[in-house]
Design a protein around this ligand. Structure first.
Ligand SMILES: Cc1cc2nc3c(=O)[nH]c(=O)nc-3n(C[C@H](O)[C@H](O)[C@H](O)COP(=O)(O)O)c2cc1C
Length: 359
Protein backbone atom coordinates (compact mmCIF):
# COMPACT_ATOMS: atom_id res chain seq x y z
CA UNK A 1 0.00 0.00 0.00
CA UNK A 2 1.14 3.54 -0.71
CA UNK A 3 2.83 5.06 2.34
CA UNK A 4 0.37 7.96 2.39
CA UNK A 5 -2.48 5.62 3.30
CA UNK A 6 -0.72 3.84 6.13
CA UNK A 7 -1.68 4.72 9.68
CA UNK A 8 0.73 6.50 11.94
CA UNK A 9 0.96 8.01 15.39
CA UNK A 10 1.68 11.59 16.50
CA UNK A 11 2.22 11.34 20.25
CA UNK A 12 -1.18 10.44 21.72
CA UNK A 13 -2.93 10.87 18.36
CA UNK A 14 -3.59 7.95 16.07
CA UNK A 15 -3.88 8.90 12.40
CA UNK A 16 -5.58 6.54 9.97
CA UNK A 17 -3.54 7.91 7.07
CA UNK A 18 -0.72 10.38 6.49
CA UNK A 19 -2.64 12.91 4.40
CA UNK A 20 -3.00 15.79 6.86
CA UNK A 21 -5.12 18.88 6.26
CA UNK A 22 -2.98 21.97 6.95
CA UNK A 23 -4.48 24.91 8.87
CA UNK A 24 -6.30 27.46 6.76
CA UNK A 25 -7.90 30.72 7.84
CA UNK A 26 -11.12 30.96 5.83
CA UNK A 27 -12.91 33.84 7.63
CA UNK A 28 -16.24 32.04 8.08
CA UNK A 29 -16.65 32.66 11.81
CA UNK A 30 -19.29 35.14 12.97
CA UNK A 31 -18.95 38.58 14.56
CA UNK A 32 -18.45 37.05 18.02
CA UNK A 33 -15.56 34.92 16.73
CA UNK A 34 -17.88 31.92 16.98
CA UNK A 35 -17.61 28.89 14.68
CA UNK A 36 -20.65 28.69 12.36
CA UNK A 37 -22.81 25.91 10.91
CA UNK A 38 -20.88 26.25 7.65
CA UNK A 39 -17.68 25.50 9.50
CA UNK A 40 -19.24 22.32 10.93
CA UNK A 41 -20.09 21.19 7.43
CA UNK A 42 -16.74 22.18 5.92
CA UNK A 43 -14.67 20.26 8.46
CA UNK A 44 -17.04 17.26 8.47
CA UNK A 45 -16.64 17.00 4.69
CA UNK A 46 -12.86 16.69 5.16
CA UNK A 47 -12.92 14.13 8.02
CA UNK A 48 -11.19 11.48 5.89
CA UNK A 49 -7.88 13.34 6.32
CA UNK A 50 -5.54 11.51 8.69
CA UNK A 51 -5.62 14.65 10.83
CA UNK A 52 -7.29 18.02 10.36
CA UNK A 53 -5.43 21.00 11.77
CA UNK A 54 -8.23 23.52 12.14
CA UNK A 55 -7.61 27.13 11.22
CA UNK A 56 -5.68 29.68 13.27
CA UNK A 57 -7.82 30.47 16.33
CA UNK A 58 -7.31 33.18 18.95
CA UNK A 59 -6.46 32.06 22.50
CA UNK A 60 -7.87 35.37 23.82
CA UNK A 61 -9.73 38.33 22.34
CA UNK A 62 -6.40 40.18 22.30
CA UNK A 63 -5.06 37.56 19.91
CA UNK A 64 -7.57 38.32 17.14
CA UNK A 65 -6.23 40.12 14.08
CA UNK A 66 -8.25 39.20 11.00
CA UNK A 67 -11.93 39.60 10.27
CA UNK A 68 -14.32 36.72 10.94
CA UNK A 69 -11.71 34.48 12.57
CA UNK A 70 -12.67 32.25 15.48
CA UNK A 71 -11.65 32.22 19.13
CA UNK A 72 -11.47 29.57 21.85
CA UNK A 73 -11.77 31.75 24.96
CA UNK A 74 -15.53 31.87 25.72
CA UNK A 75 -18.00 29.16 26.80
CA UNK A 76 -20.05 29.91 23.65
CA UNK A 77 -17.02 29.31 21.44
CA UNK A 78 -16.28 26.03 23.22
CA UNK A 79 -19.86 24.85 22.60
CA UNK A 80 -19.79 25.95 18.96
CA UNK A 81 -16.46 24.22 18.32
CA UNK A 82 -17.89 21.08 19.96
CA UNK A 83 -20.26 20.75 17.00
CA UNK A 84 -17.26 20.80 14.64
CA UNK A 85 -15.26 18.21 16.56
CA UNK A 86 -18.29 15.93 17.02
CA UNK A 87 -18.95 16.01 13.28
CA UNK A 88 -15.32 15.19 12.43
CA UNK A 89 -15.17 12.39 15.01
CA UNK A 90 -18.44 10.93 13.69
CA UNK A 91 -16.72 10.70 10.32
CA UNK A 92 -13.84 8.77 11.93
CA UNK A 93 -11.45 11.72 11.75
CA UNK A 94 -9.06 13.44 14.13
CA UNK A 95 -8.88 17.19 14.60
CA UNK A 96 -6.54 19.54 16.45
CA UNK A 97 -6.89 23.30 16.78
CA UNK A 98 -4.22 25.73 15.70
CA UNK A 99 -3.72 28.46 18.30
CA UNK A 100 -2.88 31.74 16.60
CA UNK A 101 -2.20 34.92 18.57
CA UNK A 102 -1.76 37.66 15.97
CA UNK A 103 0.08 40.05 18.31
CA UNK A 104 0.88 43.20 16.33
CA UNK A 105 -0.75 41.92 13.13
CA UNK A 106 -4.03 43.51 14.14
CA UNK A 107 -6.31 46.50 13.78
CA UNK A 108 -9.19 47.82 15.90
CA UNK A 109 -11.83 47.03 13.24
CA UNK A 110 -11.16 43.27 13.55
CA UNK A 111 -11.32 43.12 17.36
CA UNK A 112 -14.01 43.54 19.98
CA UNK A 113 -14.09 46.67 22.14
CA UNK A 114 -11.59 46.37 24.98
CA UNK A 115 -9.20 44.07 23.15
CA UNK A 116 -5.58 45.22 23.20
CA UNK A 117 -2.89 44.88 20.56
CA UNK A 118 0.31 43.62 22.14
CA UNK A 119 3.75 42.49 21.00
CA UNK A 120 7.28 42.09 22.36
CA UNK A 121 8.10 45.71 21.43
CA UNK A 122 6.07 48.78 20.42
CA UNK A 123 6.95 48.50 16.75
CA UNK A 124 4.18 48.34 14.14
CA UNK A 125 4.25 45.71 11.39
CA UNK A 126 4.58 47.35 7.98
CA UNK A 127 1.54 45.70 6.51
CA UNK A 128 -2.18 46.24 5.98
CA UNK A 129 -5.15 44.13 6.98
CA UNK A 130 -8.52 43.63 5.33
CA UNK A 131 -11.53 44.75 7.35
CA UNK A 132 -15.22 44.36 6.50
CA UNK A 133 -16.00 47.93 7.60
CA UNK A 134 -13.16 49.94 6.07
CA UNK A 135 -11.36 47.78 3.50
CA UNK A 136 -7.56 47.70 3.87
CA UNK A 137 -6.24 49.47 6.97
CA UNK A 138 -2.73 49.78 8.47
CA UNK A 139 -1.91 47.68 11.51
CA UNK A 140 -1.83 49.28 14.97
CA UNK A 141 1.35 50.11 16.85
CA UNK A 142 1.26 47.48 19.61
CA UNK A 143 1.83 47.97 23.33
CA UNK A 144 5.06 46.31 24.45
CA UNK A 145 4.18 43.52 26.86
CA UNK A 146 5.55 43.81 30.39
CA UNK A 147 7.12 40.70 31.91
CA UNK A 148 3.95 40.13 33.97
CA UNK A 149 1.79 40.52 30.88
CA UNK A 150 3.88 37.91 29.06
CA UNK A 151 3.02 35.54 31.91
CA UNK A 152 -0.66 36.36 31.39
CA UNK A 153 -0.46 35.65 27.65
CA UNK A 154 1.17 32.29 28.35
CA UNK A 155 -1.67 31.60 30.78
CA UNK A 156 -4.15 32.45 27.98
CA UNK A 157 -2.53 29.81 25.76
CA UNK A 158 -2.64 27.28 28.61
CA UNK A 159 -6.32 27.96 29.17
CA UNK A 160 -6.99 27.87 25.41
CA UNK A 161 -5.43 24.40 25.24
CA UNK A 162 -7.75 23.27 28.05
CA UNK A 163 -10.69 24.92 26.27
CA UNK A 164 -9.79 23.14 23.04
CA UNK A 165 -9.89 19.81 24.85
CA UNK A 166 -13.21 20.78 26.46
CA UNK A 167 -14.47 21.50 22.93
CA UNK A 168 -13.51 17.97 21.88
CA UNK A 169 -10.31 18.69 19.98
CA UNK A 170 -7.73 15.92 20.04
CA UNK A 171 -5.00 18.47 20.66
CA UNK A 172 -3.60 21.86 19.72
CA UNK A 173 -0.91 23.23 17.42
CA UNK A 174 1.07 26.36 18.30
CA UNK A 175 1.30 28.68 15.31
CA UNK A 176 4.87 30.00 15.52
CA UNK A 177 5.39 31.41 12.05
CA UNK A 178 3.94 33.92 9.55
CA UNK A 179 4.79 36.93 11.71
CA UNK A 180 2.36 36.23 14.58
CA UNK A 181 3.18 36.63 18.26
CA UNK A 182 5.64 33.73 18.80
CA UNK A 183 7.48 34.73 15.61
CA UNK A 184 7.43 38.38 16.73
CA UNK A 185 9.43 37.25 19.76
CA UNK A 186 11.89 35.25 17.66
CA UNK A 187 12.57 37.88 14.97
CA UNK A 188 15.05 40.67 15.66
CA UNK A 189 13.17 43.52 13.97
CA UNK A 190 10.00 43.01 16.06
CA UNK A 191 11.73 42.14 19.34
CA UNK A 192 14.03 44.77 20.79
CA UNK A 193 13.53 43.82 24.41
CA UNK A 194 16.40 43.93 26.87
CA UNK A 195 14.92 41.50 29.42
CA UNK A 196 14.87 37.68 29.49
CA UNK A 197 12.63 37.60 26.36
CA UNK A 198 14.85 39.61 24.03
CA UNK A 199 18.41 40.01 22.79
CA UNK A 200 20.15 36.63 22.67
CA UNK A 201 18.74 33.78 20.61
CA UNK A 202 18.14 31.82 23.81
CA UNK A 203 16.01 34.71 25.07
CA UNK A 204 14.10 35.17 21.80
CA UNK A 205 12.97 31.52 21.68
CA UNK A 206 11.97 31.62 25.35
CA UNK A 207 8.38 32.72 24.70
CA UNK A 208 7.34 29.92 22.28
CA UNK A 209 9.09 27.34 24.47
CA UNK A 210 7.31 28.55 27.60
CA UNK A 211 3.96 28.51 25.76
CA UNK A 212 4.59 24.92 24.64
CA UNK A 213 5.55 23.92 28.17
CA UNK A 214 2.42 25.51 29.65
CA UNK A 215 0.13 23.85 27.11
CA UNK A 216 1.89 20.51 27.58
CA UNK A 217 1.44 20.67 31.34
CA UNK A 218 -2.24 21.44 30.81
CA UNK A 219 -3.25 18.77 28.27
CA UNK A 220 -0.21 16.49 27.91
CA UNK A 221 2.66 17.05 25.49
CA UNK A 222 1.45 14.13 23.38
CA UNK A 223 -1.44 16.34 22.28
CA UNK A 224 0.59 19.46 21.49
CA UNK A 225 2.19 20.24 18.13
CA UNK A 226 4.36 23.12 16.91
CA UNK A 227 4.31 24.77 13.50
CA UNK A 228 7.38 26.63 12.23
CA UNK A 229 8.61 28.01 8.91
CA UNK A 230 12.21 29.09 9.43
CA UNK A 231 13.05 32.38 7.72
CA UNK A 232 9.49 33.15 6.64
CA UNK A 233 9.34 36.99 6.32
CA UNK A 234 5.52 37.14 6.07
CA UNK A 235 3.97 40.06 8.02
CA UNK A 236 7.22 41.99 8.23
CA UNK A 237 9.45 39.83 10.41
CA UNK A 238 13.18 39.46 9.84
CA UNK A 239 15.30 36.72 11.32
CA UNK A 240 18.95 37.14 10.28
CA UNK A 241 19.84 33.52 11.10
CA UNK A 242 16.88 31.16 10.58
CA UNK A 243 19.10 28.09 10.85
CA UNK A 244 20.27 29.08 14.33
CA UNK A 245 16.69 29.86 15.37
CA UNK A 246 15.47 26.48 14.16
CA UNK A 247 18.29 24.72 15.97
CA UNK A 248 17.55 26.61 19.20
CA UNK A 249 13.90 25.64 18.94
CA UNK A 250 14.78 22.01 18.26
CA UNK A 251 17.10 21.94 21.24
CA UNK A 252 14.32 23.40 23.36
CA UNK A 253 11.56 21.00 22.30
CA UNK A 254 13.49 17.75 22.05
CA UNK A 255 12.93 16.69 25.63
CA UNK A 256 9.30 17.78 25.72
CA UNK A 257 7.67 14.76 24.03
CA UNK A 258 5.50 16.87 21.72
CA UNK A 259 2.97 15.12 19.48
CA UNK A 260 4.59 16.45 16.32
CA UNK A 261 6.64 19.18 14.67
CA UNK A 262 5.04 20.74 11.59
CA UNK A 263 7.63 22.30 9.29
CA UNK A 264 6.66 24.49 6.38
CA UNK A 265 9.54 25.38 4.09
CA UNK A 266 10.29 28.96 3.06
CA UNK A 267 12.49 30.05 0.18
CA UNK A 268 15.66 30.53 2.22
CA UNK A 269 18.95 29.94 0.38
CA UNK A 270 21.05 27.09 1.80
CA UNK A 271 18.45 26.12 4.41
CA UNK A 272 16.89 22.68 4.06
CA UNK A 273 14.48 23.01 6.98
CA UNK A 274 13.02 19.52 6.46
CA UNK A 275 16.42 17.83 6.64
CA UNK A 276 17.51 19.84 9.67
CA UNK A 277 14.27 19.06 11.46
CA UNK A 278 14.53 15.36 10.54
CA UNK A 279 18.06 15.18 11.90
CA UNK A 280 17.45 17.29 14.98
CA UNK A 281 13.97 16.25 16.13
CA UNK A 282 13.26 12.86 17.58
CA UNK A 283 9.43 12.97 17.41
CA UNK A 284 6.92 12.80 14.55
CA UNK A 285 7.68 15.21 11.71
CA UNK A 286 4.98 16.68 9.47
CA UNK A 287 6.10 18.58 6.38
CA UNK A 288 4.28 21.09 4.21
CA UNK A 289 4.36 23.38 1.22
CA UNK A 290 3.62 22.70 -2.38
CA UNK A 291 3.24 18.92 -2.18
CA UNK A 292 1.17 16.85 -4.58
CA UNK A 293 0.46 13.14 -4.43
CA UNK A 294 3.68 12.08 -6.17
CA UNK A 295 6.05 14.37 -4.27
CA UNK A 296 4.40 13.52 -0.94
CA UNK A 297 4.72 9.81 -1.64
CA UNK A 298 8.36 10.32 -2.57
CA UNK A 299 9.05 12.28 0.63
CA UNK A 300 7.57 9.52 2.78
CA UNK A 301 9.37 6.79 0.86
CA UNK A 302 12.62 8.70 1.39
CA UNK A 303 11.92 8.81 5.13
CA UNK A 304 11.83 12.62 5.11
CA UNK A 305 8.82 12.74 7.47
CA UNK A 306 5.98 10.76 9.10
CA UNK A 307 3.27 12.61 7.18
CA UNK A 308 2.64 15.44 4.73
CA UNK A 309 0.12 18.24 5.08
CA UNK A 310 -1.85 19.77 2.24
CA UNK A 311 -3.65 23.09 2.37
CA UNK A 312 -4.79 24.39 -1.02
CA UNK A 313 -5.63 20.94 -2.41
CA UNK A 314 -8.15 20.50 0.42
CA UNK A 315 -10.06 23.67 -0.48
CA UNK A 316 -11.82 22.33 -3.58
CA UNK A 317 -11.31 18.63 -2.84
CA UNK A 318 -13.09 17.66 0.38
CA UNK A 319 -12.45 14.02 -0.63
CA UNK A 320 -8.74 14.59 -1.28
CA UNK A 321 -7.78 11.28 0.34
CA UNK A 322 -10.15 9.35 -1.93
CA UNK A 323 -8.98 11.25 -4.99
CA UNK A 324 -5.37 10.41 -4.14
CA UNK A 325 -6.31 6.78 -3.49
CA UNK A 326 -8.06 6.34 -6.83
CA UNK A 327 -5.86 8.64 -8.91
CA UNK A 328 -8.82 10.93 -9.60
CA UNK A 329 -8.34 14.44 -10.99
CA UNK A 330 -8.20 17.33 -8.53
CA UNK A 331 -10.63 20.26 -8.68
CA UNK A 332 -9.34 23.85 -8.64
CA UNK A 333 -10.43 26.38 -6.08
CA UNK A 334 -11.81 29.85 -6.64
CA UNK A 335 -9.52 32.57 -5.22
CA UNK A 336 -12.35 35.08 -4.89
CA UNK A 337 -14.09 33.07 -2.18
CA UNK A 338 -11.03 32.17 -0.09
CA UNK A 339 -11.90 34.66 2.65
CA UNK A 340 -15.46 35.72 1.75
CA UNK A 341 -18.38 35.13 4.12
CA UNK A 342 -20.89 32.33 3.60
CA UNK A 343 -21.07 28.87 2.08
CA UNK A 344 -20.06 29.75 -1.50
CA UNK A 345 -16.57 28.51 -2.31
CA UNK A 346 -16.34 26.99 1.15
CA UNK A 347 -18.56 24.00 1.91
CA UNK A 348 -20.12 23.67 -1.55
CA UNK A 349 -17.23 21.94 -3.36
CA UNK A 350 -18.56 18.48 -4.31
CA UNK A 351 -16.85 15.13 -3.89
CA UNK A 352 -15.72 13.51 -7.13
CA UNK A 353 -18.65 12.01 -9.03
CA UNK A 354 -17.15 8.56 -9.48
CA UNK A 355 -16.46 8.31 -5.77
CA UNK A 356 -20.05 9.20 -5.03
CA UNK A 357 -21.22 6.47 -7.40
CA UNK A 358 -18.88 3.98 -5.79
CA UNK A 359 -16.90 3.38 -8.99
C1 LIG B 1 -6.48 30.33 2.39
C2 LIG B 1 -5.27 29.99 3.21
C3 LIG B 1 -5.29 30.23 4.58
C4 LIG B 1 -4.18 29.87 5.39
N1 LIG B 1 -4.27 30.04 6.75
C5 LIG B 1 -3.29 29.54 7.55
C6 LIG B 1 -3.43 29.52 8.97
O1 LIG B 1 -4.46 29.92 9.56
N2 LIG B 1 -2.40 29.01 9.69
C7 LIG B 1 -1.25 28.53 9.12
O2 LIG B 1 -0.35 28.08 9.82
N3 LIG B 1 -1.11 28.51 7.77
C8 LIG B 1 -2.10 28.99 6.99
N4 LIG B 1 -1.97 28.89 5.62
C9 LIG B 1 -0.79 28.23 5.03
C10 LIG B 1 -1.10 26.76 4.72
O3 LIG B 1 -1.34 26.01 5.91
C11 LIG B 1 0.04 26.08 3.95
O4 LIG B 1 1.22 26.18 4.72
C12 LIG B 1 0.32 26.69 2.57
O5 LIG B 1 -0.88 26.90 1.85
C13 LIG B 1 1.24 25.77 1.74
O6 LIG B 1 0.69 24.46 1.65
P1 LIG B 1 0.01 23.93 0.27
O7 LIG B 1 1.07 24.06 -0.80
O8 LIG B 1 -0.36 22.51 0.53
O9 LIG B 1 -1.16 24.83 -0.01
C14 LIG B 1 -3.04 29.29 4.79
C15 LIG B 1 -3.03 29.07 3.41
C16 LIG B 1 -4.12 29.39 2.62
C17 LIG B 1 -4.08 29.10 1.15
Amino acid sequence: MNELFQPTRFGDLELRNRVVMAPMTRSRADEQALPTAEMVEYYAQRASAGLIIAEGTAPSMHGLGYCRTPGIYSPEQISAWRRVTDAVHSGGGRIVLQLMHCGRVACAENKPAGARTVAPSAIAAQTELFTDSAGLVPTLTPDALTADEIGAVIEDYRQAALNARAAGFDGVELHATSGYLPMQFMAENSNQRTDAYGGSLENRVRFPLEVLKAMSEAIGAGRVGLRVCPGNPYNDVRDSDPLATLQALLAGINGMGLAYLHVMRAQVPDLDAFAIARAGFSGALLINDGFDFASAHQALTDGAAQAVSFARHFIANPDLVERFRHGLPLARFDRKTLYSAGAAGYCDYPVHQTVEEGV
